[in-house]
Structures are given as C-alpha cells and as structure tokens.
Design a protein around this ligand. Structure first.
Ligand code: SF4
Ligand code: SF4
Length: 173
C-alpha cells in the first residue's frame, strides 16, 4: 500500500471511530446495511480525490466480471444523465440496486463514510432521514463529526476533488 493509500485508510479509521461513538450513544441511529436512500438520491455526482478514485478503480477491478460490467453500464448511464443535465434522481453506479448495499463498501469514498454522521455548516450535504429522526426525538446530545476538518485532511492527502464526469471522460480513459 502506498503512503497516500495508507493515509486515506487512517483517515477512514478516524471517521469510523466517531461513527461508532455516535452509534453507541444513540442506538436508534438509522444508518444500516441496505439503507440506500443516500446512494439512490445523490445530492450531486461523486467528486473524489485521485487517491479515492484509484482505490475505487482497484475495488471495481477486483469484483467478479459480471458485477464490474454492471458497474460500467451504470457509470455510462450516469454520464449520459449528467450530459443531459438530468441531475435529479441520480443513483450511485457502485450501488447493488437489488439489495441496497455498496459493491465497493471497503473502498467507498470518504464522503460516503461521513454522510450520515458529520456536518459542515457551509454545506448542503446531509441525510434528510437523519434530520427528520433527530428533529422528532429532539435530541440535542449528538456530538457530530466535523466535516470541515475531514475535508481539510482529505485535501492534504489526496489533493483537489475531481468530479465524476471529469474523471471518467478525461482522467481515466
Ligand atoms: S445516511 Fe441516511 S440514507 Fe444513508 S444509510 Fe444513513 S440513514 Fe440511510
Ligand atoms: S460508493 Fe457506495 S456508499 Fe457511496 S454512494 Fe455509492 S453505493 Fe453508496
């Protein structure tokens, strides 16, 4: 594993520690295997650092051929959707749409790891299921993860974010 991939792995571990702490303190937390609302309704197409794209590519290449072909078809469909400016109802191409689980879970991007548990004041990326759940419980005791710190650390490790269509149309050819 390269130093960059090791740094990315360690960042993932730090995020996981906060995720586990939140789960331990709030056993009603809705994130669970098969809960795929966030993956079926992308707020925007994935934007990843080159280190994350490399890890995703490696994970896809290691999947059985039928699944990686399915993912290639999904990627092409999302590229067409973006090209046509149809940016509502975007489904992540790495989602197993039958069981609602991520095909590349161990290699999933940092944004997927933080999505339900970290907040950034200046951003609109959050899960509405969780927002509703927290509001209905009136729970003010949550120590959310800090998405701004993660964004800074990720930038240090992997550089700038490369949008999905730029990556597949221009970087990975
Ligand atoms: S972030 Fe929201 S949609 Fe995604 S797994 Fe958690 S509760 Fe489900
Ligand atoms: S990479 Fe995986 S976890 Fe992230 S949005 Fe796609 S399917 Fe969901």
């Amino acid at each position: 594993m390269t130093d960059t991939q090791e740094d990315l792995r360690q960042l993932g571990d730090r995020i996981e520690a906060r995720v586990q702490a939140i789960r331990a303190e709030h056993d009603w937390w809705p994130c669970r295997r098969g809960c795929d609302h966030c993956c079926r309704n992308l707020a925007r197409p994935l934007e990843l650092t080159i280190a994350e794209w490399s890890r995703v590519d490696e994970a896809v290449a290691a999947l059985p051929a039928t699944i990686s072909s399915e993912i290639q078809i999904n990627i092409r469909a999302l590229l067409n959707q973006i090209e046509g400016a149809l940016t509502t109802s975007m489904i992540c191409p790495y989602l197993n749409q039958q069981d609602g689980c991520c095909y590349i879970y161990a290699a999933r991007p940092i944004a997927c790891r933080t999505y339900g548990f970290f907040v950034a004041r200046d951003h609109d990326q959050y899960c509405t299921l969780i927002e509703t759940e927290v509001a209905s419980r009136g729970d003010r005791s949550i120590t959310w993860g800090n998405a701004e710190v993660v964004r800074h650390d990720l930038n240090q490790i992997g550089g700038t974010l490369i949008p999905f269509d730029v990556y597949y149309n221009h970087v990975k050819r």
